[in-house]
Design a binder for this molecule. Sequence first.
Ligand SMILES: [Mg+2]
Length: 121
Amino acid sequence: MALNEVLEVGKFQKRFSEFAKEREWEQFHSPKNISMALSVESSELMEIFQWMKTDESRELNENDLKKVRDEVADVLLYTLRIADLLNINLEEAIESKMEQNAQKYPVEKSRGNSKKYNELD
Ligand SMILES: [Mg+2]
């Protein structure tokens, strides 16, 4: 199923674009700034988990799950925004990256270990 069918990516990109335009924030929405905003939101996501034990991160309480949901949405929104600004076709980008990952991490070499591709024998 195409990403557009799952998420209606274009709809959210248009809404975010209009949101920025109404506030005259387009001047701030350079790819550089959005890449930084994306990193900040990703850090906000990590902050929720920062001092949790690994097992606790798998069983979030309702309050933490709400926070995670909000930060995941922020990360996704800025991802959509930077793709929009740079005319990146997300469907093609994801397909391409997954193919690259499959080549970098062949099942027979990667199964059950977390080594980076350049450390696989
Ligand atoms: Mg946030």
